[in-house]
Design a protein around this ligand. Structure first.
Ligand code: COA
Length: 447
């Protein structure tokens, strides 16, 4: 079977930032550590007044095409994953292709364009579509451009307001990839759930606590499903485990659950037996409640063991570095987690070629997907070429009143418009310029 996977990655962050411990927490009357320690978040990215899902996606895609020296005819497919779309019919990929055609010779006339929706798992589903298209031999030697782009804004005052974010991840999916090869094996955990939804409304209706339970339940099912077609996973099988990261605190819970699952009936469980006992087994308990209480106590003990701490620090923590400073990018979030881990490895001199990642995606509503990836020869060059640190450092740090204004500018029903002054000067990027005669959004490239 042909090796297919991620050949290139580019990231575009919204150009503004909200400092959670220093700007958000004081206004909310909260202890700053609720954000830094509890949720694991220091800052969220926001779009400037001239940015939106199209500009961020097009800017990430342009960086990718420039760095890979691609022309439009090299791309046979453009899939955009988003849960922030502003049009029920015309897909965001057409807007992004239109932007790119302003600056490149040639066009995307013979590329298949679409838009994927299933909350935050849609970015991974778009990669699936590209993988299948290439494996089916329908790509005519061309690559697929997958763009996960979102403005993850919540209604003012919603508990989710602390976990906002905005940005885009562009990925090139191709044969003989430079960064990671995708496993054929996948596992799914999927059920009709009402944890987070946007029924014809811009900001989500969220049952935050429920969404956390659903995330963990579906992720566990996806792991079991993956194991049924792949192998019984062991914590030491993977260099990193990037999870969907709505906020790092969520991944702390997922990591612990995954570790407990993977060590059952292994030498690690034997090793830890003297310290914390063996894991509770359901048949040993009279009621489900008793079993669940015993599991909770056992997990509290497990997370304090040196064996778990060392594994978490090496395998999970590096996936959270970017997310803790950009917030939730919905469809892009798990792809930020992968990038964060690879960036950490490049910075700390880890040789990853041939190592495996286990990637856990999740979308509310709800579905988790798990697959493995094998790191390829070109990963380091690709990751070292990213300019994400420069982008993060250049973000404009919003005051509280500026944050309120920016939130209003991006709220469709509010009567502010793009005449509100920008916070950062656009340069060599696509910007939103206003609406056309059919209420379409219009864009241009600024030199
Ligand atoms: N120091 C350290 N930790 C603190 C703290 C402090 N001073 N104050 C609170 N915390 C901890 C809490 O214990 C909690 O951690 P825990 O879950 O491990 O117990 C965490 O910080 C968050 O506090 P909590 O009171 O639960 O926050 P909240 O009620 O404001 O809501 C969410 C948190 C995540 C439910 C909310 O932000 C949300 O709805 N987000 C959107 C939905 C989402 O992202 N779902 C995830 C699945 S996709």
């Amino acid at each position: 079977m042909t090796a297919v996977g991620i050949d290139a990655i580019e990231i575009w962050t919204g150009k503004l930032m909200l400092d959670l411990p220093n700007t958000f927490a004081p206004v909310k009357g909260d202890d700053p550590e609720k954000y830094t320690k509890g949720l694991g978040l220091y800052a969220s990215s926001f779009p400037d007044t001239y940015e939106d899902i199209v500009t961020m996606g097009a800017n990430a895609a342009k960086q990718l095409m420039d760095r890979q020296d691609l022309k439009p005819t090299d791309i046979g497919r453009i899939d955009v994953a988003t849960e922030s779309a502003f049009d029920h019919s015309k897909p965001v990929s057409t807007y992004i292709a239109g932007c790119l055609e302003q600056v490149y010779e040639g066009d995307f006339r013979h590329a298949n364009k679409g838009e994927r929706k299933f909350a935050c798992v849609a970015g991974t589903q778009s990669i699936d579509d590209a993988y299948n298209w290439i494996q089916a031999g329908r790509n005519r030697g061309r690559a697929a451009l997958v763009i996960a782009t979102d403005t993850a804004l919540y209604a003012r005052g919603d508990p989710g307001e602390a976990t906002q974010g905005a940005g885009a991840v562009a990925m090139l999916i191709d044969e003989d990839p430079s960064v990671v090869e995708l496993s054929t094996e996948q596992g799914y955990g999927s059920m009709d759930e009402t944890d987070f939804l946007k029924p014809n409304q811009q900001f989500p209706s969220v049952d935050g606590k429920r969404s956390m339970q659903v995330y963990l339940a579906r992720m566990r099912e996806a792991l079991e499903d993956f194991e049924s077609v792949a192998w019984d996973t062991h914590p030491d099988d993977f260099a990193y485990i990037p999870f969907h990261t709505p906020f790092p605190g969520m991944v702390r819970k997922a990591g612990l659950l995954g570790f407990r699952h993977m060590i059952r009936d292994t030498e690690i469980e034997d090793e830890l037996e003297g310290e914390i006992g063996r894991q509770p087994r359901e048949p040993d308990f009279e009621t489900r409640e008793d079993y669940e209480a015993a599991i909770r106590d056992h997990m509290d003990d497990l997370k304090r063991t040196d064996r778990y701490r060392a594994w978490y620090d090496a395998t999970i923590d590096p996936t959270l570095e970017l997310s803790s400073t950009v917030g939730n990018w919905y469809t892009g979030s798990v792809h930020i987690a992968r990038t964060s881990a690879l960036r950490h490895a490049a910075e700390t001199g880890v040789d990853l070629v041939g190592s495996k990642l286990l990637v856990g995606s999740y979308g509310s509503g709800a579905q988790a997907e798990i697959h493995a990836e094998t790191v390829q020869d070109g990963w380091k060059d690709e990751i070292q070429g990213l300019n994400i640190d420069d982008q993060l450092d250049a973000r404009y740090d919003l005051s509280w009143s500026e944050y309120e204004l920016v939130h209003d500018v991006h709220e469709y029903d509010k009567e502010t418009d793009i005449d509100v002054e920008e916070f950062t000067p656009p340069s060599e990027e696509f910007v939103f310029t206003g609406w056309g005669r059919m209420n379409e959004r219009r864009y241009e490239y600024v030199e």
